[in-house]
Design a protein around this ligand. Structure first.
Ligand code: IPE
Length: 258
């Protein structure tokens, strides 16, 4: 059993063009898949919804219920459509990627985890497979549906894995900026629970379709993950080899959430 694992979240902003509905960044997906293969360490990959399911979720809701059943089906379909492309590209890069649909792994209540079926992910890890999860619409016992971003699923995954003797050595958030920017566009090198209280009002938020809350959502999830003893590295995946370097533990430009 691989008992140390790194979780990589490939943000929707890097794998798709968030300003254009249903538009992929295929060359970047291919580059990231190659880098993950080259780093050759045990990973779980989580990816965002980008301009696929964010587009339909904006139209039909899903975060706290939905406007029609048809809408739920479409958000789930769009999330899955992007996942299928990601899986194809990961397999093309010779990564033994296996997809787990978050809407089948998790049940929520008022937007929080109510129950899960993550033992199936553990079983895949035991066998040396690379589990892939993604931002998805989740059935909710109070609201009918909610949305679990890739970050939200990552948080529950870290908690579960650590309870099951799998050490998560870090989470890497891969996006299109050199970490978290302040309002002057300067990278904030480190964010902790105490510094975030002050920094919060100076965080730069990018534009684009996003129903899950952008950079602040990522930071707040990362702070919850850090309270489980796991640091999150927010890095720019567009730069050559940055992902490999951070996977290998080298110092890179970006933000560490401690
Ligand atoms: C959003 O997931 C999920 C849906 C809209 C269904 P994420 O929040 O992880 O996606 P990105 O990374 O922002 O695109």
């Amino acid at each position: 059993m691989r008992n140390t694992i790194t979780i990589i979240k490939l943000g929707g902003s890097i794998i798709t063009d968030k300003s254009k509905p249903y538009t992929l960044n295929l060359p970047v997906i291919k580059k990231l898949a190659k880098e993950i293969k080259k780093a050759n360490i045990p990973v779980i990959i989580v990816h965002g919804a980008g301009s696929f399911a964010h587009t339909s979720a904006k139209k039909y809701g899903g975060k706290k219920g939905y406007s029609s059943l048809w809408g739920v089906a479409k958000v789930a379909r769009d999330a899955q459509a992007l996942d299928q492309i990601m899986i194809d590209e990961l397999i093309y890069a010779k990564i033994p990627a296996i997809s787990f649909r978050p809407n089948s792994l998790f049940v929520a209540r008022k937007g929080q985890l109510a129950s899960h079926n993550l033992t199936t992910v553990l079983e895949a890890l035991k066998q040396g497979l690379v589990p892939v999860l993604y931002g998805d619409v989740i059935l909710d016992q109070s609201w009918n549906t909610t949305i679990f971003s890739g970050e939200t699923s990552t948080k529950y995954l870290v908690d579960f894995l650590q309870d099951n003797n799998v050490r998560v050595n870090k989470v890497i958030q891969v996006g299109i900026t050199d970490g978290v920017y302040d309002l002057d566009g300067v990278t904030i090198p480190e964010i902790s629970k105490s510094s975030y209280k002050v920094l919060k009002k100076n965080i730069f938020e990018s534009r684009g379709t996003d129903v899950t809350g952008g950079m602040k959502h990522k930071i707040e999830n990362a702070l919850e993950i850090s309270s489980m003893g796991v640091k999150t590295y927010i890095v720019n995946g567009l730069q050559k080899d940055t992902l490999i370097e951070v996977l290998q533990g080298k110092v890179i430009k970006g933000t560490i959430v401690t």
